[in-house]
Design a protein around this ligand. Structure first.
Ligand code: FAD
Ligand code: NAI
Length: 477
């Protein structure tokens, strides 16, 4: 007799495991199907985010930043450190320990909430009163019945034709997070989020990093003022060699000799880049292969994304899809919030997610964070805007912690003063951006931020001054 569940979640990344926890909290008999195996061959919950994404990358970013700080940035404090050394092995062991702790944390949440972890990969095999899902684990396949299904199968790295990824010499995110030593010459294809974050890690640890980007503009999704400052910091100050407008040609790779990348530069001239290792970070594709979408008539678009409406409903009754496998930004917090939304809809609640208020954060140094529209986007949409900007270089707290680089920019509607976007480049942008998110969620105006008391001395005072500057009345400038 097949097991029957109220809610079956397929995939245990941040979209899936959070959906399962919320469904269980709401009283549903819940199962989550997940067959991810880590590099040691162990089954692991947590998906891309915990195993080969957000968590390990932020651990390495932090370790490499500490090394850079100790090596180059303590002198203004009157502290001299000599002989700082890096042990990449220990750095990686620390990263692994953090990943294991987080993965075990999800196992604990499953036990606490009585969620059945069905170990293996899930595929739809039929439908009637319930959905029939086959779970293929190492001990064979069982078929279960689900009244409701939440698909949260996530994404995987996109690879380029003719460039074989072995995750030793030519790597996607998985191999690039696991180098045993900093390669002398590191090539990266794609100056997007992963290229910049992981390029930064290995540059700080000693690699000469060259990034080849197809587009002629740098960080096209950011406000232009932020992209311009980031370009200056990453290339001129830090020495990342970023080449824009290139067309990748033949790539040859061998473990002993490294990688040779032939490409055409922005002027159309033939070029070649030799490196010891190559990271290919050119975006991600949804995981819908093998899901059995065809067996139940689940609509998947031409690029492999499951089609959903604004509330993550698919074309099938009682089937929802969340996270990287559906439209929208591929971000862990977006996946989590969609997971909660799907579970609450199943419970008959009326949740809502404002996609315009989802923050983006790039964990480079300085960090880049934004929410809402850039000035250029708003103008392109025909919205009249006013903007306010304020630098960290004249903020007492930023000077005290020796992080004076960067600024906050606020984009407000010229007619109503409603905040349409906030854009930050600063070492602590990831924490500061939340004030913009909260303001936008409450449909706040720049005047609201300007009137709110901000503690002193704090980095958040820069947000307030930027808000004051929307009406050109900053007090400390
Ligand atoms: P995933 O995390 O991809 O999880 C999907 C899960 O489904 C996987 O475990 C997979 O094994 C499982 N699965 C797939 N098919 C099946 C099946 N048929 N049956 C059973 N299980 C299945 N986002 C941020 O917000 N902040 C960051 O700092 C950040 N850093 C990142 C760094 C890197 C290097 C990468 C690669 C990504 C990063 N992301 C970050 C993006 C983030 O990891 C994803 O947006 C997030 O993991 C998506 O969650 P998800 O649950 O939709 O999918
Ligand atoms: P991305 O979409 O951020 O960047 C890919 C880059 O590669 C783009 O600039 C694109 O123009 C370029 N590109 C594409 N094809 C190319 C080609 N043939 N030659 C040269 N350049 C090419 O994708 P990335 O960096 O792989 O990251 C995937 C996603 O993972 C991100 O978009 C984001 O959603 C998520 N992520 C989020 C992080 C965060 O929130 N801090 C960190 C890392 C990843």
């Amino acid at each position: 007799m097949a097991q029957t569940f109220d809610v079956v979640v397929i995939g245990a990344g941040p979209g899936g495991y959070i959906a399962a926890v919320r469904a269980a909290q709401l009283g549903f008999k819940t199962a989550c199907i997940e067959g991810w195996k880590n590099a040691k061959g162990e089954l692991a919950l947590g998906g891309t985010c915990l195993n080969v994404g957000c968590i390990p990358s932020k651990a390495l970013l932090a370790s490499s930043e500490e090394y850079e700080k100790v090596s180059h940035h303590l002198e203004p404090h009157g502290i001299t450190v000599s002989g700082a050394k890096v042990d990449v092995g220990r750095m990686q062991a620390r990263k692994e320990a953090i990943v294991t702790k987080m993965v075990k944390g999800v196992e604990y949440l499953f036990k606490k909430n009585k969620i059945a972890w069905l170990q293996g990969f899930g595929s739809f095999v039929g439908s009637g009163d319930t959905y029939k899902i086959a779970v293929g684990g190492s001990s064979g396949s069982e078929t279960i019945d689900a009244k409701y299904v939440i698909v949260a199968t996530g994404s995987k790295a996109r690879h380029l034709p003719g460039i074989a990824v072995d995750n030793e010499t030519v790597c996607d995110n998985e191999g690039a997070l696991a180098f045993g030593a900093a390669p002398k010459r590191l090539g990266v294809i794609g100056a997007g989020v992963i290229g910049l974050e992981l390029g930064s890690v290995w540059r700080r640890l000693g690699s000469e990093v060259t990034i080849l980007e197809a587009l002629p503009n740098f960080l096209g999704a950011c406000d232009e003022a932020i992209a311009k400052e980031a370009w200056k910091q990453f290339t001129k100050t830090q020495g990342l060699d970023i080449r824009l407008g290139v067309k990748i040609g033949k790539v040859t790779a061998a473990k002993k000799t490294g990688v040779a990348i032939e490409y055409t530069d922005s002027a159309g001239a033939a070029q070649k880049l030799d490196c010891d290792k190559l990271i290919v970070s050119v975006g991600r594709v949804p995981n819908t292969d093998g899901l059995g979408a065809g067996a139940v008539g689940l609509k998947v678009d031409a690029r492999g994304f499951i089609e959903v409406d604004d509330h993550c409903r698919t074309n099938l009754p009682n089937v929802f899809a969340v996270g990287d496998v559906v439209r929208g930004p591929m971000l862990a917090h977006k996946a989590e919030d969609e997971g909660v939304l799907a579970a609450e809809l199943i419970a008959g609640q009326k949740p809502h997610l404002d996609y315009n208020c989802i923050p983006w954060i790039i964990y480079t140094s300085p960090e880049i964070a934004w929410v809402g529209k850039s000035e250029q986007q708003a103008k392109a949409e025909g919205i009249a805007v006013k903007t306010g900007q304020f630098p960290f270089s004249i903020n007492g707290r930023a000077l005290g912690i020796n992080e004076p680089v960067g600024f906050v920019k606020i984009v407000a509607d010229a007619a109503t003063d409603r905040v349409l976007g906030m854009h930050i480049i600063h070492a602590h942008a990831s924490d500061i951006i939340q004030e913009g998110v909260t303001t936008m969620e409450f449909a706040g105006a720049s005047e609201d931020i300007a009137r709110i008391t901000h503690g002193h001395p704090t980095l958040s005072e820069v947000v307030r001054e930027a808000a004051l500057n929307v009406d050109k009345r900053a007090l400390n400038m």
